[in-house]
Design a protein around this ligand. Structure first.
Ligand code: GLC
Length: 584
C-alpha cells in the first residue's frame, strides 16, 4: 500500500490493468504453451491498447495441478514459461513502456511438491508445522469442511500418518499461518520479488489464510461447508497489519486482495482509511447468475440485481475506499456470453466496456476481452483441462439424477473456467496464431472471425472501442475519481448514472482549488437490452449543455444523424447502446 491510502490521487487508481494468463497468451517456441518470451513479443500490442499495468497469473515453478496456483518454488520460473532472465526481460520491456508489473502471490497454500511440504510430511524441522496437520482415523476427517473444488477439505497422508487441510485441490495443502515461521517465509519471498522490481501483488484468496481456532465443524452448506470458519477469519487483520509493517509500507506497491465471500462492510476494513490493501476483488456480481449450490447452479440474472450490487459497492467504498472493477478473469466465463449477448457481440461487448471503465475504481481487462472473445462450445468432458470443472463432472456423473454428460453439459459449458483459458486469438492463421505447435487447450473455433488482426483492421471493432474508452478515462479524471450517483433506479433495461467531481473529497483539485482538466460531471447511459429503449433523463440532469464524449453507435451509425441529448427530453437507445455525455 502507499501512505496516503484512501482519499487522494494514486497511480494505481488511474491505471487500467491488463490480466495475462501466460499459458494461453502467446507461444514463442512452438511447444503449444504460452511463455514469457511470447509476452515480450506482444508488448507493443499492450502499449497500443493503452494499458498501464499487467497482472501476470502465476509463472512460478509448479506441477500445474491448478495451472500454477500450486506453487512448487516461489523463486523460480516454470521451465515451459522460461527462466528468471526472461522474466527480467519482460519486466524491463514493460517498464520501458511505463507499464507496471503485478505478480500473483499464492500463499494460502503451496503445491504438495513444494520442499516445505515434502519435509513437513516427514516431520523435518522447522517445517513440521508449516501446514495444518491433524492426527486421527484415516477414514474420519478432523471436521466436515469441504474443498472449494468439491469433496472433503482433508486428505490423509500415509507418510506423516495424519490428515492435512486443503481448501482447494488435494495437491494444494494450506499453509498454517498461525506459525510465525510461515509468515516470515511469505514476507521474505515478497521482498525477494520487490527487490527485483515488481510494482504490485495480486494476493490469491488472501482472506482464507486465517482459520477459526479449533477448526470447528461448519453448518452444512450446499457449497463448501465450513466456509464461515475459514473466510475472513479471526486473525486476518493481524496478519495483514504485519505484512504491511514487514514488507509493504516501505514501497509504493499496489496490493489487490482476492477475497471471495467478502461484503462491502468487510471490504471497507481492508481498503478503507485504515486498511492495508488498496483494492479487493469481491464476487457479489459474479454470483448473480448462480444459485446456492455454487458455480454450476446457473440461474437467470436481472439488471436490477446488477445495479443494486454495483451501486452498493460504489457508494459503500466512497470516499475513502477504492473498487476493483472487472467482469472477467481466468476463473470466469467470458463476459459477452454472460452479461452481454453473443448475437449482438460487438455492441454488447462495447457497452460493457463502457460500463466497467466509467465506474469509480481500477478497471481490469482480461486477455481477449478487448477483442470480444466468447465462451467455447466444449463438446466432450475430456475437452476440459481445469481441475475444478473436471472434479465437478466426475462427481456429478456419480449422482443418481445424472445419466450422462448431456445432463450437465449446459451448466458446465456456461460456467467452466476453461472458457477464459483457451488461447488468445491473434489472427486467422492455424491455431489463431497462438502457436506453431499443438495448443495445450483447443482454440475456440470462432478465431477465424474473432481475432486481433481482424479487430485492428476494423475501426468499429471492440478493440478500437477499448482504445477509445481507455483514452477517455485518461482525459477525464472525473471518470476515475468522480462520485457515483444512480439514476433511473427502477428502469428494467437501462442503467444510468452520474459521475461528479466533488473537489477535496476526490483529491483532484490543484492547490488553487481548480480541477486539473477534463469534465467535472458526466452522465453514462447503458442499454442492457437487445431491444430499443426510451428513457427520459432531463429532470435528473442539471445542465442542458451536453456533449456526447463517447458512444458505441457513434461511428458505425453516422447516417443515423445527430441524436437528441439528455437535456432535450427523451433518449432513444438502440440494442446495447452506450453513451457517455459531458454535462458541464
Ligand atoms: C484463486 C485463483 C484460482 C485458483 C484458486 C486457488 O481463486 O484465481 O484460479 O484456482 O485461487 O489458488
Amino acid at each position: 500500500m502507499s501512505d496516503s491510502n484512501g482519499i487522494g490521487r494514486e497511480w494505481w487508481k488511474e491505471a487500467v490493468v491488463y490480466q495475462i494468463y501466460p499459458r494461453s497468451f502467446n507461444d514463442s517456441d512452438g511447444d503449444g504453451v504460452g511463455d514469457l518470451q511470447g509476452i515480450v513479443e506482444r508488448l507493443d500490442y499492450l502499449d497500443d491498447l493503452g494499458v498501464d499495468a499487467v497482472w501476470l497469473t502465476p509463472v512460478y515453478d509448479s506441477p500445474l495441478a491448478d495451472y500454477g496456483y500450486d506453487v512448487r518454488d516461489y523463486r523460480s520460473i516454470l521451465d515451459e514459461y522460461g527462466d528468471v532472465d526472461d522474466w527480467e526481460r519482460l519486466r524491463d520491456g514493460l517498464h520501458d513502456r511505463d507499464i507496471a508489473l503485478i505478480m500473483d502471490l499464492v500463499v494460502n497454500h503451496t503445491s504438495d511438491e513444494h520442499r516445505w511440504f515434502q519435509r513437513s510430511r516427514r516431520g523435518v524441522e522447522p517445517y513440521a508445522d508449516y501446514y495444518v496437520w491433524r492426527e486421527g482415523d484415516p477414514d474420519d476427517p478432523p471436521n466436515n469442511w469441504e474443498s472449494i473444488f468439491g469433496g472433503s477439505a482433508w486428505s490423509y497422508d500415509e507418510v506423516r500418518e495424519a490428515h492435512y487441510l486443503h481448501l482447494f485441490d488435494e495437491k494444494q495443502p494450506d499453509l498454517d499461518w498461525t506459525n510465525p515461521a510461515v509468515r516470515a517465509e511469505v514476507h521474505d519471498l515478497m521482498r525477494w520479488w520487490l527487490d527485483r522490481g515488481v510494482d504490485g501483488f495480486r494476493l490469491d484468496v488472501i482472506n482464507f489464510i486465517s482459520k477459526a481456532e479449533g477448526l470447528p465443524d461448519g453448518e452444512p452448506a450446499p457449497a463448501a461447508t465450513g466456509s464461515e470458519h475459514f473466510i475472513n477469519g479471526p486473525r486476518m487483520h493481524e496478519y495483514l497489519a504485519e505484512l504491511d509493517r514487514e514488507v509493504l509500507s516501505n514501497d509504493d506497491v499496489f496490493t489487490i486482495g482476492e477475497m471471495p465471500g467478502t461484503s462491502v462492510e468487510q471490504a471497507r476494513e481492508y481498503v478503507g482509511e485504515d486498511g492495508v490493501l488498496d483494492v479487493v476483488f469481491h464476487f457479489e456480481h459474479m454470483d448473480l447468475d448462480t444459485g446456492d449450490e455454487g458455480p454450476w447452479d446457473v440461474r437467470e440474472w436481472a439488471l436490477a440485481e446488477l445495479k443494486e450490487t454495483f451501486t452498493r459497492w460504489q457508494e459503500g467504498l466512497y470516499p475513502d475506499g477504492w473498487n476493483a472493477l472487472y467482469l472477467n478473469n481466468h476463473d470466469q466465463p467470458r463476459l459477452v456470453s454472460r452479461f452481454g449477448d453473443e448475437a449482438h457481440r460487438v455492441r454488447s461487448a462495447t457497452m460493457l466496456a463502457t460500463f466497467i471503465h466509467t465506474l469509480r475504481g481500477t478497471p481490469f481487462v482480461y486477455q481477449g476481452e478487448e477483442i470480444g472473445m466468447t465462451n467455447v462450445p466444449f463438446e466432450r468432458p475430456e475437452a476440459f483441462a481445469d481441475v475444478e470443472t473436471r472434479n465437478y463432472i466426475e462427481r456429478a456423473l456419480e449422482r443418481d439424477d445424472v445419466e450422462g454428460f448431456d445432463d450437465i453439459a449446459e451448466a458446465v459449458r456456461y460456467g467452466s473456467r476453461d472458457n477464459a483459458r483457451t488461447p488468445m486469438q491473434w489472427s486467422d492463421a492455424p491455431e489463431a496464431g497462438f502457436t506453431t505447435g499443438v495448443p495445450w487447450l483447443r482454440v475456440n473455433p470462432n478465431y477465424t472471425e474473432i481475432n486481433v488482426e481482424a479487430a485492428r483492421r476494423d475501426p468499429d471493432s471492440v478493440w478500437h472501442y477499448y482504445r477509445r474508452v481507455l483514452a477517455l478515462r485518461r482525459e477525464h479524471p472525473v471518470l476515475v475519481y468522480g462520485r457515483y450517483e444512480l439514476l433511473l433506479a427502477e428502469h428494467p433495461d437501462v442503467y444510468a448514472y452520474l459521475r461528479t467531481l466533488d473537489g477535496a473529497l476526490d483529491g483532484t483539485l490543484d492547490d488553487d482549488g481548480e480541477h486539473r482538466r477534463g469534465a467535472r460531471q458526466v452522465l453514462v447511459v447503458l442499454n442492457f437490452s437487445d431491444g430499443a429503449s426510451t428513457v427520459a433523463i432531463d429532470d435528473e440532469v442539471p445542465s442542458e449543455q451536453t456533449e456526447l464524449l463517447l458512444g458505441n453507435y457513434e461511428r458505425a451509425d453516422e447516417d443515423r444523424g445527430p441524436q437528441p441529448g439528455p437535456g432535450d427530453g427523451s433518449l432513444d437507445l438502440g440494442p446495447y447502446e452506450a453513451r457517455v455525455y459531458r454535462l458541464d
